[in-house]
Design a protein around this ligand. Structure first.
Ligand SMILES: Cc1cc2nc3c(=O)[nH]c(=O)nc-3n(C[C@H](O)[C@H](O)[C@H](O)COP(=O)(O)OP(=O)(O)OC[C@H]3O[C@@H](n4cnc5c(N)ncnc54)[C@H](O)[C@@H]3O)c2cc1C
Length: 385
């Protein structure tokens, strides 16, 4: 992992902010056409952002979590579809391959991922196994040459364009979660794997969620990631970092909503006075800013702990809960203070209001994360946090 000074982190954040400001100019055409302009992904590739968490020997930047969350916070101002592959690349997928991939797997996949040439889909959730992964039904049966996967995944982001799938499947029927699930690296268009039609979603309208079905999908033994039976642990350790990234996105979205609202209340007059002159309005804005600042402080603390090699499972869970909920309140305040305009398509606060909602659901719903925090508290006391 590269050491990056606070000055360099500040420069990366400023550079990303400028890039995002430029890319946001494409938002109106995206809203009309529902197509992400090619220039957006090109710009993200040129800055090497796909390789932020990938070691330099594979073409990445080998950045720690602290610089990463600073960049991610700024990227959070973009419509999520503008950087959906990058979000997954920074989250669960690349980490598992960097940590547990064989030399052959790393050389095959990481350079393409770092260059942004190979999008990765993370195939964990099933219709009956979202929060409750113990209910996972997809199975990988051992054969003389490798494994045969049968089952179906759902709500898988970017499955239509991914070059690689990290697929989780049961390799032991009767063992507990911690030893029964394995992870596999399955290339796109593998025989026996099929992708369903896009699932329309509440957030900005480009449909990026898919079902992925496996019918006697044979993969070689080399497709197994790390050790058999360790997939659940790999997923959880990746999600610890992923959750911190989600929290940084939430702060970015919330701060963008706040900035848009500040601009609006300064210029919108009601009864001959700017909205901003009302103390009630000022207090609403101060509350939003206070929560976002507290959330950002948690993100930075979590990032430092991960970079120091500490167990950050509870702090990343708490941070995701707090930031995703605070960002939801920030977006709600923005819509309220924009009035009817905030409820109208074409205004960015309306888009943020829809996009922010999912942050409380994916990569661990708030309730499930509260369960995890409480479990740790009850077992180890508050000092454990
Ligand atoms: C936009 C989007 C992108 C996604 N991308 C991916 C992806 O790329 N790969 C992937 O594998 N999955 C992906 N998912 C799926 C996501 O991870 C799951 O939706 C999430 O884990 C929740 O599972 P579920 O939807 O089945 O909800 P359920 O498990 O049915 O839970 C529903 C709700 O019940 C409550 N709840 C659940 N358990 C408890 C409990 N123990 N105590 C109290 N309350 C509880 C929570 O409020 C939860 O939101 C994505 C989802 C969305 C919406």
């Amino acid at each position: 992992m590269n050491d990056v000074s606070p000055e360099e982190i500040g420069k990366m954040r400023t550079q990303t902010r400028r890039l995002v400001d430029d890319l946001l100019l494409h938002e109106p055409s995206f809203s009309r056409s529902n197509c992400v302009p090619a220039a957006v992904d090109q710009a993200l590739r040129e800055l090497g952002y796909y390789g932020m968490r990938i070691p330099e020997e594979f073409g990445g930047m080998a950045l720690g979590m602290l610089p990463t969350v600073n960049v991610v916070r700024e990227l959070g101002r973009l419509p999520p579809q503008f950087w959906s592959f990058l979000r997954v690349a920074l989250g669960p997928s690349s980490k598992s391959i960097v940590r547990h991939g064989s030399a052959q797997q790393q050389h095959r996949w990481l350079p393409a991922m770092a260059a942004g040439d190979c999008g990765v889909a993370f195939a964990l959730t099933e219709a009956q196994a979202g929060s409750d992964l113990a209910a996972m039904r997809t199975r990988a049966a051992r054969t003389s040459e490798g494994y045969v996967i049968n089952g179906a995944k759902t709500y898988i982001s970017n499955a239509d364009k991914a070059g690689l799938f990290v697929v989780f499947a049961r390799t032991a029927a009767d063992a507990g979660l911690k030893s029964s699930i394995s992870a596999f690296l399955v290339p796109a268009r593998q025989s026996g794997m099929s992708i369903g039609p896009p699932m329309p979603t509440m957030g900005t309208t480009l449909d990026g969620l898919f079902e992925v079905a496996f019918h006697d999908c044979a993969v070689p033994a080399e497709a197994l990631l790390g050790a058999e039976g360790q997939g659940f642990q790999y997923a959880m350790e990746s999600l610890n970092e992923g959750r911190l990234n989600v929290a940084a996105i939430a702060v970015g979205m919330g701060a963008f909503a706040l900035d848009l609202t500040l601009e609006h209340v300064r210029t919108r007059t009601v009864g001959g006075q700017p909205l901003a002159s009302n103390q009630v309005v000022q207090h609403m804005l101060a509350d939003v800013a206070t929560e976002l600042h507290a959330g950002w402080t948690m993100v930075l603390d979590g990032a430092r702990r991960i970079d120091a090699g500490e167990d950050a499972s509870a702090i990343s869970a708490m941070t995701k809960i707090f930031c995703s909920e605070a960002a939801g309140r920030a977006a709600d305040t923005a819509v309220q203070l924009f009035g009817a305009a905030g409820y109208t398509r074409g205004f960015q606060v309306e888009r943020i209001y829809r996009d922010v909602r999912v942050l409380r659901i994916y990569e661990g719903a708030s309730e499930v994360l509260r369960n995890a925090v409480a479990k740790k508290l009850l077992a180890q006391g508050s000092e454990a946090l």
